[in-house]
Design a protein around this ligand. Structure first.
Ligand code: SF4
Length: 164
């Protein structure tokens, strides 16, 4: 499996989740949270003229003249989403397309919307290359990292797999 934005997100969020997803142990369809996320994407896609765009093995929610837009239903792990978006921006940059990142968190009640902006710089490009190497090393390990239960686990698609 090539490195994807989802893997980068999971790597920052939880190394075990990254390993499980990267080794194709996918339980996401069982997760209510993932279903909500997919429904949200479907609604946004129907509202927008610039719908989901695929570039190589990445899927971008929306791209405008100035921004690559990533839409999430929860800001529970901003760092993970930030690095996912930086990963996308770097791929676009390598193709000669320069954009800033716009992250929109749309909570279920829709009145609560938060927007953040991110931009590539030399430092985070360098960190991304380290993250990508570390992800490859992680995925090549014969077993996943051990479970470190924390508050993130209750909303994770792998909750039943790891914790019950
Ligand atoms: S349930 Fe917790 S330990 Fe297991 S993959 Fe999810 S976040 Fe990681």
């Amino acid at each position: 499996m090539g490195i994807t934005g989802t893997l980068v997100n999971y790597y920052i969020h939880c190394k075990r989740q990254c390993w499980l997803h990267g080794n194709r142990i996918n339980l996401e369809d069982n997760s209510e949270d993932v279903k909500i996320g997919k429904a949200l994407h479907a609604v946004k896609a129907s509202e927008s003229t610039g719908t989901e765009i695929a570039v190589e093995n990445i899927k971008i929610d929306k791209i405008t003249k100035d921004y690559l837009v990533e839409i999430k239903k929860s800001d529970a792990d901003y760092e993970a989403v930030k690095w996912q978006v930086l990963f996308y921006l770097n791929i676009l940059k390598n193709k000669g397309i320069e954009r800033q990142g716009k992250i929109e968190f749309i909570e279920k009640n829709k009145s609560d919307r938060k927007t953040y902006y991110v931009a590539l710089d030399d430092e985070n490009i360098q960190k991304l290359s380290i993250i990508e190497i570390e992800i490859i090393e992680l995925l090549n390990q014969p077993a996943p990292p051990s479970i470190a239960i924390n508050r993130k686990c209750t909303k994770c698609a792998y909750y039943t797999y790891c914790c019950i």
